[in-house]
Design a protein around this ligand. Sequence first.
Ligand code: GLU
Length: 290
Amino acid sequence: MAFPKHRVFRFAPSPNGHLHLGHAYSALLNFELARRCDGRFLLRIEDIDLGRARPEFEAAVYEDLAWLGLDWEAPVRRQSEHFDDYARALERLDEMGLLYACDCRRSDVARFAAAQPDWPRDPDGAPLYPGMCRMKPRREARDVLAQGGVALRLDMAKAAAMAGAGLSWREYRSSGERAEFAVIPADPSQWGDVVLARKDTPASYHVAVTVDDALQGVTNVVRGRDLFHATSLHRLLQRLLDLPEPRYRHHGLVRDEGGEKLAKSRGSETLRALRDAGVSAAEIRRRLGF
Ligand code: GLU
């Protein structure tokens, strides 16, 4: 079987904190895989969350990755400059009748769920949306966000029915020297009626990532295992929006000494802290197995 001529990989950090060893692993893996197949390596700045993304963290991403020895194609795609692309995708879903306006607050949903025994939760642990706003009269998606509506949700039952059966993705499995891909059945329903846009973040991560991977011609999505279940949702959006299907590889997460996942929110050791402590880029690469 012939390989596609140009495989395209990407590393897509959100600049809302400094990069840690987990990011370094993901970036190095994408870079190495691209290098080995003479493919392309892209860097994408996922700064749609305007309340949390900060220019100094973005500058630090470039600095830390260059220090690690990576280089990437220019120009770098910065999601905050492409809200129009995401709005077009949302409009298309809206024209298909798959979006509805929701003005419930997170706390309303949490309160409802807490009062029900065993209320279902999504793979990230958040209670599924009970559907209070689903039956309200339809409003144009565009108007909802412009007029201060809180959120746009995907009508999951309708979307899953429209996407049809047999939704799956191909997941890399290591098998000696050869790359093999297992077929993983996608189960987007486990996310319920997800929010695809909010007034303060006009496109969710799920919309932005699927639109961008398609627009940038990404053929291989290589990212942490924490995003494994999100892929079900991404495959659903790809099918609904007629976007190509990349191959996926969800790699293990780098753990700290106590076995905990590294996270910006927990102040896990950042690349710059390690660098300031005198650790070299070569040592980091070695420690991560490159
Ligand atoms: N921006 C996401 C993050 O920093 C990664 C998205 C992806 O690789 O699909 O967690």
